[in-house]
Structure formats: structure tokens, C-alpha cells
Ligand binder design. Structure first.
Ligand SMILES: [Zn+2]
Length: 139
């Protein structure tokens, strides 16, 4: 029997979950889903790659939103000490940032979302900054 022959499939035929070709179920385990190891590995790699991509997208979406909020707040005249509630109501996610920098030995670090960052001044106040340049991130 040739590959790609129309159905009904034969009782001994399995259809590979990856490439769609039929294979002989009498060979190997009768409940196998793939025509060979290569298709099995390729299928699992594609599932893993898809999961990776979804995770990258999920985190990137949060970071982009955070950056947009920082960019907007950076234009506020009072950006040197903004209320934390402003961030919360804008949907800022404090759990995600791209990197962290310590510019002041005794102060709290700056957290950046790409080129925009913030520093927690107190429980209620946050200072927004833009990185001076992309190499040092110095605000
Ligand atoms: Zn296959």
C-alpha cells in the first residue's frame, strides 16, 4: 500500500501525528502515534517551541505595557515622586522588569523596563526615569 492512499485505513494502519503518513502498527507498540523516532522528536520539539513562544509573548506583553506606562508618567512634571496608586490603577506590573541597576549605594535600586525605569522612594512614592543611554542605563 502506498502512502497517501485514501481511507478507509486498514486495521494495521496508524496515522503519524506529526507528518500524517500512515505506518504499520504491527511494528513496534500497537498504540504508537508516530511513524518513527524522528517524527516523535520533531512533534515534541514543535510543542515545546510553541510553549516557549507563548511564554515569551506573555512576558513581553507585560514589559511593553509597563514601559508604556513609565513613558507616559515620565512626561508628568511631578515624575520625581509619583504616587504608587497611579501605577496600580494604570495596570503596572511590579513583578516584571528587564534589568535592575544600583546607582546609589544607600538607596533603592532602579528597575527598568527597557529604557524606562523607576525607583521606589518610599512605600507610597515612586520616581520615574529614562535611561541616559542604553549602555549605562544611568538616569
Ligand atoms: Zn511521521
Amino acid at each position: 500500500m502506498e502512502y497517501g492512499v485514501p481511507y478507509p485505513k486498514q486495521p494495521w494502519e496508524g496515522v503519524c501525528k506529526y507528518c500524517g503518513k500512515t505506518f504499520d502498527t504491527a511494528r513496534g507498540r500497537s498504540d504508537r502515534l508516530f511513524c518513527n523516532e524522528r517524527c516523535k522528536n520533531a512533534y515534541h520539539n514543535s510543542v515545546r517551541n510553541r510553549e516557549d513562544t507563548e511564554e515569551y509573548k506573555r512576558v513581553q506583553k507585560i514589559l511593553i505595557k509597563n514601559r508604556k506606562i513609565l513613558l507616559r508618567f515620565n512626561k508628568y512634571p511631578e515624575r520625581a515622586a509619583l504616587n504608587r496608586t497611579l501605577f496600580v490603577s494604570a495596570g503596572f506590573n511590579f513583578d516584571y522588569y528587564t534589568h535592575q541597576r544600583d546607582f546609589k549605594k544607600d538607596g533603592n535600586p532602579y528597575f527598568f523596563c527597557y529604557d524606562y525605569g523607576y525607583r521606589i522612594l518610599s512605600e507610597a512614592k515612586i520616581k520615574v526615569v529614562r535611561a541616559f543611554d542604553h549602555h549605562s542605563d544611568q538616569p
